[in-house]
Design a binder for this molecule. Sequence first.
Ligand SMILES: Cc1ncc(COP(=O)(O)O)c(C=O)c1O
Length: 428
Amino acid sequence: MKNNLHVVHSLSAREPAKKVPFQRPHLGDEEIKEVVETLRSGWLTSGPKVKSFEKKFAAAIKARFAVAVNSCTAALHLAVEALELRAGQAVLVPTMTFAATSEIVLYKNAVPILVDCDPVSGNMDLRDAEEKLRQLKEGKLAVGNAGALEVVGIIPVHVGGYLMNIKEIKAFAAKHKLWIIEDAAHAFPAAWRENSESGWEFCGSNTASVTCFSFYANKTITTGEGGMAVTNNEIIAEKMRLMSLHGLSQDAWNRYSAESGWDYKIVLPGYKYNLTDIAAAIGLHQLERAESMRLEREAVAGYYFDSLADISEIELPPQSSDRLHSWHLFPIKLDLGKLTVNRDEFLEKLRENGVGCSVHWRPLHRHPLYAEKLGWRETDFPVATHLWKRLISLPIFSSMTVSELRHVGNTVKNLCADFSRKKAVRVA
Ligand SMILES: Cc1ncc(COP(=O)(O)O)c(C=O)c1O
């Protein structure tokens, strides 16, 4: 981790923070001005601002096509539509993820094959993906009519914005003839390289068939609600664009603009997933500041690494000189063997001390839909089953102040000292 403390210290130090939210959107006067201008422009829905946002976003990550939609979930849905996922097919999905990654497979009556995670990064474990494919072939997985399933794709998630090894995902997909849709909800801007000799590759540049980003309110850049599906394949891009707006041959902006007529044709069954110009007005300025906001998040992470390094009751997240980390999340892992409280009790103490935290995530196999209806068992995912009980995501956002940072760092340190088993032994 580069020492970016100068960035944190340049943030305004307010009065000592008593309450620190888990996330806070970082909006400037430019966003507000552009939204007001949009409201006054007479054009509120998808129009010139969306077109410009798409173009600039694609250029920022060096991809050919970007389709703006109203959520990352919509982008993921359009991606499986464009890749023609069908009933009776299956897709490898990490169990350590949010609902959206897997539910879009269920939308198509296809089957998500859940995969365990890496114990350090929480990202999908490709060795377990291999194992799940083997078990599926041998009829040893208790999911639906597994024997008849054809596995056609894989949806890796870059948890918290720490990219998986893209070369390994591509090799795995090539070996098993799978398409790749990246769930990059957390991963903008983020990049990886194989080693210090190789060049940086941005998430979405050429890392998958389709890469899907989220601009939900707590993401690294936001449009309130919003998402982007990115691809280098013109046919896939065109299909996603058509399906994002009812499968119409011409969107409203084109129909109402002076050059074109009113007429349109329905060429595909589509959805109402388009982004508005109001949202794109925010996105355009967030995009311009994306790298400076990433650096501010990196500085927050740097502060946590410096101030929490010697606390033996917790483990800090991975970092690497071969990753440009978006730092959407800063997940710590409690060493439960060294503490007298469990994760939920620790979280409650953080909350009582005004520190907003979260857990990413209760793994999918621990939800009723996947456990009771789809038949996944805890023993199918030994790593995630153990890991999630230790996870706490600390506040990390680009507008975080020094006093907010200190409050979080000191609270974590104090709680670790208060509930350390070492202390309990000394007192006894
Ligand atoms: C990994 C992951 N994928 C997808 C999504 C869905 O994003 P959206 O809310 O933009 O649909 C989220 C939301 O936080 C997420 O964490």
